[in-house]
Ligand binder design. Structure first.
Ligand SMILES: [Zn+2]
Length: 293
């Protein structure tokens, strides 16, 4: 039996829940770093942080190492009145004063609003980095003047930031919720919910039906939207749905190349789920634990 302690609902905040801080991603060109702003540098997909603070360099910290004015910088967004920039060139002195981290580092970074800033900036950097050349004619592409996009000055082709829509499905049957675990070496081992990417031409509700069927062989009904979450760790936008098992047959036919386990848990036996407190999966499991959905 699980102890009472384990079923006490913890306060949860998803990664984008940064109140009272305010995220402002209005597109601006021509803006330059000022005192108090932050500059992020990247090597491939990894982020350089100030090794003294563990955070992105402030303008004054960077200025001590190299004239900031000489660093080509792309404005990304603001949190409150702090602008975040991508420094397109890494001065040697900055590199030497840095630690280099991959995106997993930001799952546990504190404060949470800084973690959100860093992972969001990383996804934006990937977009710019991967679209430096036109995908149609190969000419160098440029940031658009009016909106967040890369435009080809030769053929006019425009690319917008890639965000992959995906669903999370909380499959319920009365007071029971279906939890899954991924198969495969090194796979994510915490209990989770059925999840998957949306295909071209597919409404989100059909993704829910298809993914639940593919992964578990179950049919679902009464699909209802719960909440969404930007999940820059995988470049996706997650849409969370609760849905009900159709009929009474809970027998699971597992897609074994993807899942190692799919188990029904009653509300008072639910284990900790979702691994990370900042995820929508975690929030949905805790939401189901606390009351009917
Ligand atoms: Zn082109």
């Amino acid at each position: 039996m699980y102890s009472q302690k384990r079923i006490v609902r913890r306060d949860v905040a998803m990664i984008q829940d940064i109140a009272p801080h305010i995220f402002d991603n209005a597109y601006q060109t021509g803006r330059r770093p000022k005192d108090g702003d932050r500059i992020l540098f990247y090597q491939r997909r990894e982020t350089l942080l100030n090794k003294d603070t563990g955070h992105p360099f402030t303008v004054s910290e960077a200025e001590e190492l190299w004239p900031v004015e000489s660093i080509p910088a792309v404005y990304l967004f603001s949190i409150d009145d702090v602008g975040f920039y991508w420094g397109r060139v890494i001065p040697k002195a900055v590199e030497e004063a840095s630690i280099i981290v991959d995106n997993r580092h930001f799952r546990d970074m504190k404060p949470e609003w800084m973690a959100f800033s860093c992972i969001t900036a990383s996804q934006l950097h990937s977009f710019y980095h991967e679209h430096q050349f036109c995908g149609c004619c190969g000419a160098p592409a440029l940031p658009d003047e009016k909106e967040r996009a890369m435009r080809c000055p030769v053929c006019g082709h425009i690319v917008y930031p890639n965000i992959a829509p995906a669903i999370i499905a909380g499959v319920t049957h009365g007071d029971r919720l279906l939890l899954t675990r991924y198969a495969g070496k090194g796979a994510y081992k915490h209990y989770a919910l059925v999840a998957g990417y949306t295909e071209i031409g597919e409404p989100l509700e059909d993704t829910v039906r298809r993914e639940v069927m593919e992964e578990t062989g179950l049919r679902v009904t009464n699909i209802r939207f719960y909440k969404s979450q930007p999940w820059s760790f995988s470049g996706s936008l997650l849409a969370g749905f609760f849905c009900d098992l159709e009929g009474d047959d809970e027998t699971v036919r597992l897609q074994e190349d993807e899942l190692s386990e799919a188990v029904w848990f009653s509300r008072d036996e639910l284990p900790d789920g979702g691994g990370s407190d900042i995820s929508l999966t975690h929030e949905m499991i805790e939401r189901f634990r606390s009351r009917p959905v």
